[in-house]
Design a protein around this ligand. Structure first.
Ligand code: ZN
Length: 62
């Protein structure tokens, strides 16, 4: 799944409802919610990591 730092909890978390999107520059980004406080989280990802996250259950949104 997709890990990102929650700005509110100030800790890395596995994001809930993770979606993988493509950025304007052709990069990949994971978007989701913090499982503990619900804050929106996002993480820049490599293509490899994006594909792994999708295989692990993240939604492909590009
Ligand atoms: Zn949080």
């Amino acid at each position: 799944m997709v890990e990102a730092r929650c700005m509110k909890c100030k800790a890395p978390k596995q994001m809930k409802h993770a979606e993988i999107v493509m950025t304007a520059r052709g990069g990949y980004m994971g978007k989701g919610k913090c499982p503990d406080c619900g804050t929106t989280m996002c993480a820049m990802m490599s293509k490899d990591n994006a594909e792994k996250a999708i295989k692990a259950g993240a939604k492909k949104a590009y």
